[in-house]
Design a protein. Sequence first.
Length: 393
Amino acid sequence: MTELTRTQVGIVGGGPAGLMLSHLLALAGIDSVVVDRRTRLEIENTVRAGILEEDSVRLLVETGVSDRVRREGIAHDGIVLRYGGESHRIDFKGLVGAASWLYPQTDVFIDLADARDRDGGDVRFGVGDTRVVDVTSDLPGILFTAADGSAQEVRCDYLVGADGSHSMCRMEVPAELRKHYVREYPFAWFGILTEAPKSAPELIYTHSARGFALISQRTDTLQRMYFQCDPDEDTDAWSDDRIWSELQARVAGPDGLSLNEGPITSKTVLRFRSFVAEPMRYGRLLLAGDAAHTVPPTGAKGLNLALADVRVLAEVLERALAGKDVLGEYGPRALTRVWKAQHFSYWMTSMLHTIPGANDFDLRRQLGELTTITTSIAGSTLLAESYTGWPKS
């Protein structure tokens, strides 16, 4: 016997995009049901980095999700671009009056999941056999098996696919109508977590002849660092001593910068690509977050794009449920920001990474580009504005 639930918006995907959308809809008096194949514990234990734009922080705080990001997040008023063994600070506050916030995506998820629990939201984790049906009808649906093994059916006025980079929902758009834009990269990031003090007060993005490195942070005693590697790199082939030797070599310079070392508690290879799926709407199905687009992590845009998507989508759905013919607005509005973020993420990636097969000309050209950015108020302002976000866009 299948249990039927009727709601206004059905959401596939219980990550930050799906939960934030459900929260925003609830504020407008709109019911939703969220389903996710993962358990809440599984999502909480998935370590993800997190750099939030100021608009993302405002969205969490001002809509009543939580103010924990203000209390426990770390505001960064700039970043450092390091090349030629020297550091050059981009002053976000001074250039554009904004900051970025270091706040792990895991914590964003916990805040949103707690808020949905607090407000009585219908969120169902740990489901199986999920599929969506009738997406072009007036009553699309989600069929799945609940965590307790019971058969479930959710019927809704509108259906949202926020089910991540391996989205099932986006494949509902017929092949002849969908266009996927993809840029693959011939390198990956070797990421570590280390029990060590911070090496710098802000993030350091490093260009070197040995390849890119990012010196990031988690807490006062736990740090996240990355260095460019081959996508097929074997983490087991890297001892702690070898990792630290490589990282130290990539940031080395005449100023004597040295990283604080400590035990390495996690090693992973992070593959990435640029991807956009168009259109972001088919019938009564709308895509949001990684289901519609992914970006290289160099620009710190992935989570911010997901939150920006659902901010627009919640507004569009509210008007659609009031009888307005506005669904067609969503994709074009969201994609304007998506493509700006794609450009910025690609720019940062191509400017800082060593491309396999690059020659001396390529290396010197990158250094010329970095020098142009760091010695030009206009260039530095463009980077600062792009990194901290584009308010209201």
